[in-house]
Design a protein around this ligand. Structure first.
Ligand code: PHE
Length: 445
């Protein structure tokens, strides 16, 4: 059977497309705001370099070497206890959980593209009412856009690695960069730009708490799409002559640059137009639309293209979130790609719909278990438990389980002297950091 392989640029764009998502444009700016700016950004950058890079390289290595779905990869590469290690591959399921609410959020973004065409809210208060009404009482609008998002993502995945995923990323990623860099260029001409630069790059250590460290590491992890087999599954379609180090560095570079550019741009707009930066998830959906309104006509245009670019970022991540599960069904159960994509699509669609209803006032009570509703549970379980756990397992697997010689023969020529540093980090630094992060995100520490 002829297996479709990514082109070099196709792989980098697809992996960067996976990494650059709602995490970069929506989440990074608001958690930077919550954690006081500069010092947090520095901790985040260190986490990306020391922990993110190590795990990304391990995931790429496992995928590249095993060339299979996540379950088979662990099974194949474990020298012994294969039957036990294959369970590590069930991290592919994490994607299914993430996709449930990720698709709902993409739906909100679609809705915001349309509202930006019609009318922007004239004040932060109005913007807040618009957003809260959508979330807590307008189930049908949300369901409509969640359905669109499900159809689009599933359709792309049915087309496979080459004709679907690579193609989508080859088109949307350059467009996304063009839009963001264009808006960023405009932001640099505004007076408040220097204020935004100060905010993001001048470290005020008094704002940093141990929680900031944990959220910086946790976010570095989420934003690089690590810990659930997305990068691993893509790497299974790498060509034999690929240089993993080079690829990993490109993906990390693009992901980090885009997060910083988005952050600088948003903070410039917020400072320039005097909006109180809503320091929370409402930053993009509440403060920003009100700021765009203040900007006048250019604000309308910016609002539309900004939400379009956010949708692009979300969609290119989504296909990577479902692909591990789709690949698993194809290679372990012999499903045709179309069937596998539809099965996975329907699963996230249906659970996503329930999650969506759990935010609606009338249903909230029935769909709340303990302290959280279903939507929040899905977010919490994936970001705070499953992803760090997946990363921990990956580091231990490459650091302690696969024979060192085998790793050395492929990675030493690419890493040179840095090989031992990477290996050391995988054995001792990364697993411990992941473990601490997981416990504190779970509230145990
Ligand atoms: N990296 C994506 C983002 O920043 C999210 C993601 C997580 C994608 C895990 C794939 C796997 O939004």
């Amino acid at each position: 059977m002829k297996i479709a392989r990514f082109s070099r640029i196709g792989f980098i764009l697809a992996a960067a497309g996976s990494a650059v998502g709602l995490g970069n444009i929506w989440k990074f700016p608001y958690i930077t705001g919550e954690n006081g700016g500069g010092a947090f950004v520095l901790v985040y950058l260190l986490a990306v370099i020391f922990i993110g890079f190590s795990i990304m390289l391990s995931e790429m290595f496992i995928g590249y070497l095993a060339k299979s779905d996540t379950v088979t990869s662990f099974e194949k590469l474990a020298p012994k206890n294969k039957n036990l290690w294959k369970y590590a591959g069930f991290q592919a399921l994490t994607g299914l959980f993430i996709m449930t609410f990720y698709s709902v959020v993409i739906g909100w973004i679609f809705h915001y593209v349309v509202t930006s065409l019609v009318a922007l809210p004239a004040s932060v208060e109005e913007a807040e009412t618009v957003f809260t009404t959508l979330l807590t009482s307008d189930a049908w609008t949300q369901l409509f856009y969640h359905t669109l998002s499900f159809i689009f993502i599933t359709y792309i995945v049915t087309k496979g690695i080459k004709g679907g995923i690579e193609k989508l990323n080859m088109i949307l990623m350059p467009l996304l960069m063009l839009i963001l860099f264009g808006m960023f260029a405009y932001a640099t001409t505004l007076e408040a730009f220097s204020q935004a630069v100060d905010f993001m790059f001048v470290a005020d250590w008094s704002k940093i708490t141990s929680e900031s460290f944990v959220s910086a590491i946790g976010h570095a992890f989420f934003t690089l799409s690590l810990g659930m087999g997305a990068i691993m599954t893509y790497s299974a379609s790498l060509k034999k002559e690929s240089n993993l180090v080079n690829n990993a560095l490109w993906v990390i570079f693009l992901d980090t640059t885009i997060a910083i550019v988005a952050g600088l741009m948003l903070f410039t707009f917020l400072y320039q137009y005097g909006s109180v930066p809503a320091k929370g998830p409402g930053l993009v959906f509440i403060s920003l639309p009100a700021v765009f309104y203040e900007m006048g006509v250019i604000g309308n245009i910016f609002a539309i293209i900004f939400f379009i670019s956010l949708a692009f970022a979300g969609l290119t991540s989504s296909v990577s979130i479902v692909e591990p599960m789709v690949q698993y069904l194809i290679s372990r159960f012999n499903y045709a790609r179309v069937k596998a994509s539809i099965v996975v699509g329907l699963l996230f669609y249906l659970v996503g719909a329930v999650a969506l209803f759990s935010n609606i006032d009338t249903f909230k009570e029935f769909l709340t278990i303990g302290s959280r509703n279903i939507f929040d549970w899905l977010d919490y379980i994936t970001a705070s438990i499953l992803l760090p756990l997946g990363g921990l397992i990956m580091a231990v697997f490459v650091g302690f389980v696969i024979e060192k010689q085998r790793i050395e023969s492929i990675m030493k020529p690419q890493l040179g002297f840095a090989f031992e540093i990477w290996y050391f980090s995988l054995r001792y630094v990364t697993p411990i950091a992941m473990f601490i992060v997981m416990l504190s995100l779970m509230g145990v520490l």
